[in-house]
Design a protein around this ligand. Sequence first.
Ligand code: NAD
Ligand code: SAH
Length: 407
Amino acid sequence: MTTPIESGAQKLDWVNRHMPILKSIEQRFTKEQPFKGMKIAVCIHLEAKTARLCEVLQSGGAQVFLAGSNPLSTQDDVAEAIAARGVKVFARYGCTPEEYLQFIREMVEEEPDIVLDDGGDVVHVVHEEYPHLIPGILGGCEETTTGIVRMKSRDRDGKLLFPMIAVNDALCKHLFDNRYGTGQSVWTGVMQTTNLIVAGKTVVVAGYGWCGKGVAQKAKGLGAHVVVTEIDPIKAMEAIMDGFQVMPMKQACGVGDIFVTVTGCCDVISTEHFELLRPGAVLTNAGHFNVEVNYEALEAFASEKKTVRKNIVAYTLPSGKEVFLIAEGRLVNLASGDGHPAEIMDTSFAVQALCAEYLTRNRLEKGVHNVPADIDREVAHLKLRTLGVEIDILTEEQKTYLEHHEG
Ligand code: NAD
Ligand code: SAH
């Protein structure tokens, strides 16, 4: 029988075969040792791709500390395997929210030089509970959209006291990870968890941002009829031009079979919507927090609840109709799946690794920083190289033409 540590090691081995960009960065880091003597605290979904990122940071000389970034996305077998390779782990699948926070505190107490955050929880804990550690922190990187929203708001209030690089905003991150990664992994998660068909169903996607576009496009590819809800008129127009129907959520409740919220907002599906849903509606979230489908409101509103399949709870509403919620309304692709595919995280984590290195080579001011364009281009070049794809190179005449032509 495979032990947890063996199963975790197998998962790591599998993703390693599909993350060639990280491998090439690892080879360079091994030689150059950019993190020699440094401590790096990572708070990103604890599964195999993140474990690979930790190994790459270790190869550059760092001592690495790892917390999960969601109580339901931690894979304990991977945690054991990566702990056996020298990463100090602060996570357990299914821990309570308080234990989750406590893990982050314990990781912060290791006094990291660099923090890699996914949603802003570490940045929050450091500033609110361990401000004395701030002078020792070179800076950090933020992986996701909502983390950047939180970080910018802290910066506006003058309360972001070390530099943070907005990794999510790199083109090599959100164009691929948010769109194609979320697009694919949400449906892997929904299909695996429910074992129900998507073709022929009406799928409602709330939010037509980078993630929403991917989720809607893949739903269409699976044969669903797709309805989009938005609050931004431009995004709504984009959804219409892409061939989707747009309507307010209250109306969509009456037609949807499967709902995916991916807005970064709260109360997208809440008390005023529940009784408008059709019997048997499946509710899922792929956005940051479990407030998009308001989990607490559903718990309070329903008259009964019952686990009907792993990660699926059936809620009986006062009218007697039943609706289903996946993984407590936490990100379906990670809380009930392995998250984005390895090739996607190869690109995202290449940006993370290079930005962490950038922090060691440059003394940045406190506040939010964009990913340097050179890092974006380097990751794109590395990706194309791993795909064996070449592109054209401008001739001198073309460069002059592009720089100087007048109309
Ligand atoms: P985005 O800013 O590109 O898109 C969000 C969209 O939601 C916008 O178009 C906005 O107008 C719309 N919106 C906001 N409030 C709404 C509401 N009440 N109803 C309908 N639409 C609304 O952001 P994104 O990059 O697509 O990320 C969305 C969320 O997903 C964030 O919380 C982000 O952190 C998270 N995320 C999750 C994953 C994952 O793996 N599940 C991956 C990347 C990002
Ligand atoms: N703390 C949040 C995390 C935001 S999740 C929470 O409560 O769940 C969104 C981020 O997860 C995305 O930006 C994406 O880059 C990352 N992600 C997606 N799939 C992943 C995977 N397989 N491994 C690690 N991170 C992943």
